[in-house]
Ligand binder design. Sequence first.
Ligand code: SF4
Ligand code: SF4
Length: 229
Amino acid sequence: MGQDKRWMEEHVLKGEDLLLYGRLLEEMDELPPEVIWKELRAAAEAYLGGGKDRTRLVHQRVDELIDALVARDHRFGYPSPFCHRGCANCCHELVYCTDEEALRIHEHCAEEGIAIDYAKLARQLEHVETDGHLDHTGGTTWNDQEEADQSCIFLGPDRACRIWLERPLVCRVHLAEQTDRHCRPHNGVENPEALGISYIELSYILSAVFMVHRDSVKKTLGRLLLGKN
Ligand code: SF4
Ligand code: SF4
């Protein structure tokens, strides 16, 4: 067994399964396993090495990485993401985050006087299928809700995110090109016309962080904020 795989098993997996997201899911059959383990280890080591500040640091790293990747693509003639603050069709679906992100969002809202609509959160959770541990099974009837309840509780009337600086990792790495028209999934199923941009560099980071926080991520942002864990 390679040393990177061994390190991941000891420090991150701890007997649990490997969780892969984004481009990694599409490309894992083509990538040599040792490359995947090496990159996952690098992402996990950087995250775990951030200590108490690791959530802020990984958000900063992801934002900077996106800027660098977009600039690189631009040099090769590829279009930049359509995404910007105030573009919010993607803010109408179930959101995942880590327990540490939820804690930071709570603190940020308290500091900035941002109201959290707990009643709406509770209503939304009725459309999220869970198992006996209150973990999300993957099933959702999100779009059966009233239109007003389908939006994230942090989406402002101007369609801007009210917790932009503290928005979760998933909101940062969710990128699309050309248009926002197809960015809204239906009951958790992505619109086949959606033109997502998926960078493998971000997939390694998201996968590593979500493996570290596998127990809280499956609770969803709503349940973590409500403290119903
Ligand atoms: S993913 Fe789509 S809706 Fe969301 S910010 Fe990007 S273009 Fe806009
Ligand atoms: S936290 Fe902000 S960016 Fe993320 S879904 Fe909610 S409103 Fe959109």
